[in-house]
Design a protein around this ligand. Structure first.
Ligand code: FE2
Length: 633
């Protein structure tokens, strides 16, 4: 009898062990299957495309290996969340340091906290941003049904994350867990601290058995450290309907330290006809509408690849919220505009790798901030929309007296003081202002008449003069402004007095063309006829869209390469350098164009090299390309 009982007990133990191993094997198989489902889900059937990109290739190589590097202790704790972690995670935020590699996932399992959705949740990709010498923000959002409010149940969901010092995740330097909450659309922001300066890290997330693509990020160099060189890109204006993003496809393959996005990440317009890609929503009014529009943009595989490849520093422009801020003072639209901006702030934060500093508190948020890169460069990132004085004007007109008033401001008083403090006590070789609308004056009048874009700095003349005067009087070393908004490329000198060509040149401005947004043909024609007459400080103008600017900095030189796609109607379009410019340290302004490089992302370059060589030597770089029927901005 005793022997029979022993056999039964041993059999039961054997069954239990086999079940455990089978369950483990199923879990791993499921994770692998889900990794595959990511590929098809994200890129809408074009399986091969993202795999061609460098980032996606190491994503493929590593996502299957999460479980392989888990210890037995970790395995037993799968799905567990500590009470301490839950308390820390309120609001979807977590300081990375609080859950280190030695204290991850302790505590009991909460069955109700398991990932409740049977579909892949990482369809919006991953991102990182706002690098500091000791940390960076990691981002993702759980959205198994991205275009329909995400598709998540109204409950908190634990998301685990890992940070590795190598792309194969063989050396995990941090791991932790964070709660994705419905209040923030199940977005996750992990603010890491205590990392090493100036080095690459790789990261990924896990919800349930689903593993995210892998992202690569890089911390900034130590404060005041000697930095011999850096490279970055800046981009803006990516109307999804207007075209594909070959520029991002190209950017994702570049060796960059960081990327700046200067606004119009989304366009809040109602769907339009005659466009390259069609969005079928009913226009943006509610928080849910803005979330769905952000999600639509984020489903683009090339945008995802660019986010996964580099840390981004983002700031916003009007189309991220509300086209015309002037309506904020019109009784008929005031309430609608204010409500739209409030929910737009929220949706923007939810979809960007921003620090908790930038998390909206109702109608308030703080987007302006500074990114330092050792002793080489500081980037003052402005918000020129939230605090601008009203009534502002929209469109092109002769300059109203309000633009000349001291109180007329694009940044508000507090942000201006913050900026002027930095410009008057610089500690870096290059001092960069990263912002939205063009800073250099552009008189669009063709004769003695004057016409200015009052939505840009030409509508805020007194404040522009205060900033440029500060730079001149303080001797701020090597000031450069990088801007967007124009949907065309501009390279200009910044003058003490734009109406006097003999006045001192204070700095240089590079305005990047749009990633995809159109500039109306009539506007382009106006620019062409005005340039060279009233605007001698404008050194270069090009109408092509579908690009960004790549910059390389050393202590001696700033170099900007204007990268533009042949066509935004072709996702796989070649991208080439259409022009290059330099600024020599110690000599304010643009010192002339460099030789055109003819560099392309494909072998189809020879004919275009000849074409652009011809433009360089027989024209001023203006192109008849571009145009379209949509409003600019
Ligand atoms: Fe724009």
């Amino acid at each position: 009898m005793r022997a029979r009982s022993l056999v039964i007990a041993l059999t039961a133990l054997l069954v239990l062990l086999l079940s455990s191993f089978a369950a483990h094997a199923l879990t791993q198989a499921s994770a692998q299957q889900n990794t595959e489902s990511r590929v098809t889900a994200v890129i809408h059937g074009k399986v091969a495309a993202p795999i061609e990109l460098g980032v996606a290739s190491f994503a493929k190589a590593t996502t299957d290996s999460w479980n392989q590097h888990k210890s037995r202790r970790d395995f037993l704790r799968t799905g567990g969340m500590s009470l301490a972690a839950l308390l820390l995670c309120t609001g979807g935020l977590l300081k990375g340091r609080s859950l280190s590699a030695t204290a991850d996932y302790p505590g009991p399992t909460y069955p109700s906290m398991q990932y409740p959705c049977p579909d892949y949740p990482f369809k919006l990709g991953v991102a990182s941003g706002d690098p500091a010498p000791d940390g960076v923000v990691l981002w993702t959002r759980l959205a198994p049904d991205p275009l329909h409010e995400g598709g998540m149940a109204q409950q908190h969901v634990p998301v685990r994350w890992e940070l590795s010092s190598d792309e194969n995740f063989s050396t995990i330097v941090r791991r932790g867990a964070v709660l994705a909450t419905p209040e923030f659309a199940h977005a996750v922001h992990v603010e890491l601290e205590g990392l090493e300066p100036g080095r690459y890290y790789w990261y990924r997330f896990k919800a349930g058995n689903y593993i995210s693509p892998v992202g690569r990020t890089k911390t900034a160099p130590a404060f005041n450290s000697q930095v011999k060189s850096m490279s970055f890109a800046f981009a803006s204006c990516q109307n999804w309907e207007a075209g594909y993003y070959p520029a991002y496809r190209w950017m994702a393959q570049q060796d960059l330290d960081l990327v700046f996005h200067l606004g119009d990440y989304i366009y809040q317009w109602a769907p339009m006809s005659g466009v390259v890609r069609h969005c079928n929503d009913g226009g943006l009014k509610t928080l849910s509408d803005y979330r769905n529009r952000h999600a639509l943009y984020k489903t683009d595989p090339d945008l995802q690849a660019a986010h996964a490849a580099h840390p981004w520093v983002v700031t916003w422009d009007n189309h991220d919220g509300w086209s015309n801020y002037a309506t904020l003072c019109e009784d008929g639209q005031k309430n609608a505009a204010r409500y739209a901006l409030r929910v737009a702030y929220q949706a923007y934060y939810e979809h960007m790798p921003l620090r908790s500093l930038s998390r909206p508190q109702g109608p308030n948020w703080r987007l302006y901030r500074r990114i330092n890169y050792g002793n080489l460069a500081s980037f003052s990132v402005l918000d020129t929309r939230t605090y601008r004085t009203l009534p502002c004007s929209y469109g092109t007109d002769s300059r109203p007296s309000a633009a000349l008033e001291e109180a007329c401001t694009m940044t508000g008083a507090e942000q201006e003081r913050w900026l002027l403090r930095a410009l008057s006590s610089p500690s870096t070789r290059w001092n960069v202002i990263a912002q939205q609308g063009m800073m250099a004056q552009v008189n669009q009048g063709t004769g003695s008449d004057e016409a200015y874009n009052l939505d840009a700095w030409d509508g805020y003349v007194a404040q522009r003069k205060r900033i440029l005067d500060c730079v001149r009087e303080c001797g701020t070393p090597n000031p450069v402004v990088i801007s967007g908004d124009m949907h065309t490329s501009w390279v200009s000198d910044l003058k003490a007095d734009f109406d006097d060509p003999s006045s001192p040149t204070i700095g240089a401005e590079f305005v990047g063309t749009s990633i995809s947004s159109n500039c109306p043909t009539s506007t382009i024609e106006t620019y062409k006829s005005a340039l060279g007459k009233n605007n001698p400080h404008v050194k270069y103008f090009d109408t092509r869209k579908g690009g960004y600017v790549r910059c390389e900095l050393t202590p001696k030189q700033w170099r900007s390469d204007l990268q533009v796609a042949d066509s935004i109607e072709d996702r796989y379009s070649p991208v080439r350098t259409i022009a290059s410019f330099a600024v020599e340290a110690g000599h304010p302004g643009v010192q002339g164009g460099l030789t055109l490089q003819g560099m392309t992302s494909s072998g189809r370059s020879q004919a275009h090299r000849k074409k652009h060589h011809k433009e360089k030597h027989h024209g001023n770089g203006q192109s008849a390309a571009g145009g379209g029927s949509h409003p600019s901005g």
